[in-house]
Ligand binder design. Structure first.
Ligand SMILES: Cc1cc2nc3c(=O)[nH]c(=O)nc-3n(C[C@H](O)[C@H](O)[C@H](O)COP(=O)(O)O)c2cc1C
Length: 170
């Protein structure tokens, strides 16, 4: 599949089959995140693969948006490592980890796996539940697995603003 076809066909999957993810496919997804660009190449991402029965039960108790995925990737960034813009003082952790997560999401779609980017969780509960080290901030969850046979794109998937509303040519 070429990139445009992949980007257009990917949609948020919120219903998963029980089939376990093949180890090599999960690794390929993680590798797609590993090769992502990050500011100054500092690579502040810390990815937690939640797959044990216990870890899955814990994340499902924290957010309903873990859905019934067999695995959930908890994407975090280490603010002690990430680049800080010296002009704006902006921390690039969110941007770095968003690129990592996006690459993993697209690789998953290429492999026929489904994901949804999930921001609906209390980061403090996640920090406590998984004993995140100081400075490591959760950015998003990616529930991941093979889509259930009834998984379909939501109405929001088809709705995108025209370029005339989001692009300004100067
Ligand atoms: C930053 C961000 C946070 C999101 N948080 C959630 C979430 O907590 N729960 C959820 O079901 N979907 C979440 N989504 C998925 C969006 O709702 C979805 O990507 C959007 O509606 C477009 O649909 P599509 O992914 O099928 O194209 C999030 C997406 C982004 C980028």
């Amino acid at each position: 599949m070429d990139f445009s076809a992949l980007a257009n066909s990917r949609f948020s999957v919120r219903s998963f089959s029980e089939k376990p993810i093949k180890e090599e496919e999960l690794n390929a997804v993680l590798e797609a995140g590993r090769c992502a660009p990050t500011a100054c190449n500092y690579q502040p991402q810390k990815i937690y693969v939640l797959k044990s029965e216990k870890a899955i039960a814990v994340i499902r108790a924290i957010t309903r948006c873990a859905f019934n995925a067999p695995v959930v990737l908890l994407v975090c960034g280490d603010t002690a490592v990430s680049w800080k813009n010296p002009f704006s003082k902006h921390d690039s952790m969110d941007a770095d980890c968003s690129i990592v997560a996006t690459q993993m999401m697209l690789k998953a779609a290429e492999l026929g796996l489904g994901t949804t980017w999930v921001g609906y969780f209390d980061p403090e509960k996640v920090r406590e539940a998984f004993s995140l080290p100081e400075g490591v901030e959760p950015l998003c969850l990616l529930p991941i697995g093979y889509p259930a046979s009834d998984a379909v794109p939501s109405e929001m998937h088809g709705s995108r603003k025209p370029l005339s509303e989001t692009v300004t040519v100067l």
